[in-house]
Design a protein. Structure first.
Length: 177
């Protein structure tokens, strides 16, 4: 391995500490301009770590999560089938709506039960619901909702059900043969 590569790989840099700090500050500024404030931070910078949260609807879970789901972030709820993932999301939607927020539910599974959702406190009359035909359609809808900044929470139920258009068209083509 050439000496220059060993030097870079080991973290040693022939530049002075001041030059490195300047280069680091430049790249951090560029990253924040490209991806937004808070997209990169020093872990010790506690002021950047404060994030507004959305209550889960369960006090103990809110405590475990540091106040609830972080607002403006992607959160994945993972677990086996019928373990309560959708129920958790519906509780969060109900909490957002109770505080006057707008919620959207992308029902990729086409399995949302409005009666059950209402029993958990969801205002089903004002819940935005999409039942997309393809994964691409679902993600485009989510992208537009998020970019609008008019929606406080978007739930996708479920990521596993986001079937790509090519796969659906392939299945249709297989049926025609």
């Amino acid at each position: 391995m050439p000496a220059e590569m060993k030097s870079a790989a080991s973290g040693s840099d022939p530049r002075s500490s001041g030059e490195r700090d300047k280069a680091l500050n430049l790249v951090l500024g560029q990253i924040e301009r490209n991806f937004g404030k808070g997209s990169i931070m020093r872990l010790g910078d506690a002021s950047r770590m404060r994030v507004e949260t959305i209550s889960t609807g369960a006090l103990t879970l809110d405590l475990a999560l540091g106040g609830g789901y972080p607002k403006g972030r992607v959160v994945e709820i993972y677990g086996p089938e019928s373990s309560g993932k959708t129920t958790l999301t519906l509780h969060a939607i109900a909490e957002v709506q109770k505080r006057g927020g707008v919620a959207a539910f992308v029902d990729a599974e086409h399995a949302l039960d409005p009666v059950y959702a209402a029993s958990l406190g969801v205002d089903v009359e004002n819940l935005l619901v999409s039942q997309p035909d393809t994964g691409e359609m679902a993600l485009e809808i989510v992208d537009q909702l998020v970019r609008s900044a008019a929606v406080d929470i978007v739930v996708i139920d479920s990521v596993a059900a986001l079937t790509p258009r090519a796969e659906i068209e392939g299945e249709m083509g297989d049926l025609a043969v």
